[in-house]
Ligand binder design. Structure first.
Ligand code: DGP
Length: 114
């Protein structure tokens, strides 16, 4: 698998503003925030995207979603509502090919996204 910028963040080779970390996942502020709160939740395991996850990753995927909700709670997002989204492939808007969930909130979010 080719390396990504998120691999470098996981290995501490480039800095990131971490808001959460555990054995399986880390969460950090997006460098190009699209909302007042914009956190990325990623697995330590280098899965390319949700489409590349396997049955063996089911528990990890559930854990990542729980981390998204915990990060949102810690950022005070549940009251105003928020969004969790993962982009898949270039056509889906993915630019970093290491699975990540965007946690966005702090403003009214439009639907559908562009
Ligand atoms: P996506 O387009 O779904 O693959 O989202 C990738 C996100 O990653 C995008 O919102 C910008 C963010 N990003 C890219 N490079 C860096 C970086 O070096 N540090 C941080 N914190 N975020 C990054």
């Amino acid at each position: 698998m080719s390396d990504t910028i998120f691999g470098k963040i996981l290995r501490g080779e480039i800095p990131a503003d971490l808001v959460y970390e555990d054995e399986h996942a880390i969460a950090f502020l997006d460098i190009q925030p699209q909302a007042p709160v914009h956190v990325l939740v990623i697995p330590r395991k280098p899965i390319v995207s949700l489409a590349d996850a396997q049955d063996e990753d089911r528990e990890l995927l559930g854990h990542l979603l729980r981390v998204c909700a915990q990060v949102a709670e810690a950022e005070g997002l549940p009251e105003g509502g928020y969004r969790v989204v993962t982009n898949i492939g270039e056509g889906g808007g993915q630019s970093v090919f290491h699975l990540h969930f965007h946690v966005l909130g702090g403003r009214a979010l439009q639907w559908p996204p562009g």
